[in-house]
Design a protein around this ligand. Structure first.
Ligand code: ATP
Ligand code: MG
Length: 558
């Protein structure tokens, strides 16, 4: 059946109209412009999918442009991680570019504005400049430097560049309109002095352009046709257009969409950096982080993130997306691809008293019932002593408990029906061992016992089990929107967001677990190997639970 025809989003409508009217010869060129001051997060993924996706859809190309005009916060570590993450998401850029490569050109643009009488050097302090801007209801007041001559401004700007002045001693401002209702038009600062080492240009520059004087011009230099950014840049758009018009350069245009906000997390690099620096997480790629590298380590796939971005679509209004939707996307995918395996996370020993000592039966277990022919199978050794999950036995089970308790029967996955006959307790009252008998005629796939049981439990042969560490993750924050709560957002960190199980038992087929392969630990969730794993000590991350545990919590609370 053909897929339902999707309606166009508002950006696609704009682009199709531009193509119809022959704007730029029907060419579509976008860019993704991260500032290399942190790792990319899932919000950036939305922007990446949009910028790369929309260009590809209309036969265009996308540049990866590092917006590295702020020398202080930027680093090559971030540049490398950003490239890795964009590629991992499945996109390839046409050119890898750096706003810092345009510093000479941007400087020349500033000089051109001065020559047109449209920019001046201002010696005022930041406070004086702020005060002189007025308020939205009152016009600003010019500083005494606004009337400097073109010659004087050219001379001072050159000397700013040559390093004659200290940081903050002077700025270059565009001379636009101090009474404009748009505050961004009230003589915005376009260059500032900063004696700082830049990760690419070194010590060549001590003046750096401001965002508004770099972004639009960089777009224009690259002949970007559709410069897509988030809603907070709407008030900047007139300025974006004004510079392009005054400089008479390629007419790039800016379009805005709503940024992605996700529940139970924070999504600003500044906040994520705090989590890293203050060691609330193990690093930018901690599997609880909403970063692309965090999701990758946690076992998310590029396609699950792309599907998520596709599902949420593009809006013109701010909204908040439920984390459950992202989890739904990865769960759906892993259900189709994950190899089924058995692992016992909280073990208790079961002895099958009527099973011969020393006997090992090689049972068949299909790899994936969702795949064709069950995705092949692996063998699982079955013996007299097994590990089962502690929670699958209850000394005093309630009525509808379909697992094990005195006298109760359950099926061991891929194996036999067992009946619980007895159990052992230590002095402290902890159950230490349970004793069962098995029904030899009840073997899975060849069951002639005629016995019906409701519950199936997983298990691992004691003799064959390997130990592994298993890391279980929950949401990093206890509240839906930590950034909007009172006080510091870090007060809302979920103290139980990481649970480490050091002594889990895994079936032998998991001993050659692969990086990049997903596993479903039957009844326990989807897992992947963590990068901390070594051949001596396997470490697994739970990517996501089998069902939406939070939805249940909500229902319970209602
Ligand atoms: P942050 O506030 O997280 O630091 P940023 O906007 O400063 O983000 P940039 O590196 O400047 O980060 O962003 C690169 C691109 O990604 C920009 O075009 C920006 O609009 C977009 N972007 C950033 N955050 C989001 C988000 N949450 N949803 C959609 N797009 C985003
Ligand atoms: Mg930014």
């Amino acid at each position: 059946m053909s897929e339902e025809k999707k309606t166009l989003n508002f950006l696609e409508e704009i682009i199709e109209e531009d193509i119809r009217s022959g704007k730029h010869g029907g060419r579509v060129q976008t860019r993704f412009p991260p500032e290399p001051n942190g790792y990319l997060h899932i919000g950036h993924a939305k922007s990446i999918c949009l910028n790369f996706g929309i260009a590809a859809k209309y036969g265009g190309k996308t540049n990866l442009r590092f917006d590295d005009t702020n020398p202080v916060t930027e680093d090559t570590e971030y540049v490398d991680s950003i490239k890795e993450d964009v590629r991992w998401l499945g996109f390839e850029w046409e050119n890898e570019l750096y706003a810092s490569d345009y510093f000479d050109q941007l400087y020349a643009f500033a000089v051109a504005l001065i020559q047109k009488g449209l920019a001046y050097v201002d010696d005022s302090t930041p406070e004086q400049i702020a005060a002189g801007k007025g308020t939205p209801t009152e016009p600003g007041i010019p500083t005494p430097y606004r009337s400097r001559t073109i010659e004087e401004n050219l001379d001072l700007f050159t000397r700013m560049k040559n390093g004659e002045f200290a940081d903050g001693a002077k700025v270059l401002r565009a001379k636009i309109d101090l009474a404009s209702p748009n505050m961004h038009f009230r003589d915005p600062i376009i260059y500032r002095i900063k004696h700082a080492h830049h990760h690419r240009t070194g010590d060549k520059w001590c003046v750096y352009p401001m965002y508004d004087f770099a972004h639009g011009q960089s777009d224009s230099i690259e002949n970007i046709t559709h410069s897509i950014c988030t809603l907070e840049f709407i008030p900047h758009r007139p300025l974006y257009d004004w510079f392009i018009e005054q400089l008479e350069i390629f007419p790039s245009r800016q379009f805005e969409f709503a940024r992605l906000n996700l529940t139970y997390t924070v999504m600003s690099k500044r906040k994520l950096l705090q989590l890293v620096n203050e060691k609330h997480v193990s690093g930018w790629n901690d599997p609880r982080m909403p970063t692309i590298s965090g999701f990758r380590r946690r076992g998310y796939t590029p396609s699950s993130i792309r599907t998520f971005c596709d599902k949420i679509g593009i809006q013109k209004r701010e909204n908040v997306i439920d984390m459950s939707l992202l989890e739904f996307c990865i769960r759906e995918e892993l259900n189709k691809t994950a190899l089924r395996r058995m692992a016992v996370l909280d073990p208790i020993k079961m002895v099958i008293t009527n099973y011969p000592e020393g006997q090992v039966e090689e049972l068949e277990g299909e790899n994936n019932p969702e795949a064709e022919n069950g995705g092949g199978s692996r063998t699982i050794p079955f013996t007299r002593e097994l590990w089962i999950e502690r929670e699958d036995f209850m000394e005093h089970p309630p009525k509808k408990f379909f697992r094990l308790g005195p006298g109760l029967m359950a099926r061991l996955k891929h194996a036999y029906i067992v009946k619980c006959e007895d159990f052992k307790k230590d002095e402290a009252g902890n159950i230490t061992e349970i004793h069962c008998t098995y029904i030899p005629e009840s073997k899975s796939g060849a069951d002639t016992s005629g016995i019906n049981v409701k519950g199936t439990i997983h298990w691992v042969s004691v003799q064959h089990a390997a130990k592994a560490e298993v890391r279980l993750y929950d949401r990093l924050f206890k509240v839906e929107n930590p950034a909007s709560e009172e006080g510091d957002f870090k007060e809302y960190i979920n103290p139980d967001s990481l649970q480490v199980v050091t002594d889990a038992y895994i079936e032998p087929a998991l001993l050659d677990a692969d990086n990049g392969q997903a596993y479903q630990f039957i009844r326990k969730g989807y897992f992947c190997l963590d990068t901390d794993s070594t051949p001596e000590k396997l470490v697994f991350n739970r990517t996501v639970t089998l069902k939406d545990a939070w939805a249940k919590e909500v229902k319970k609370a209602q």
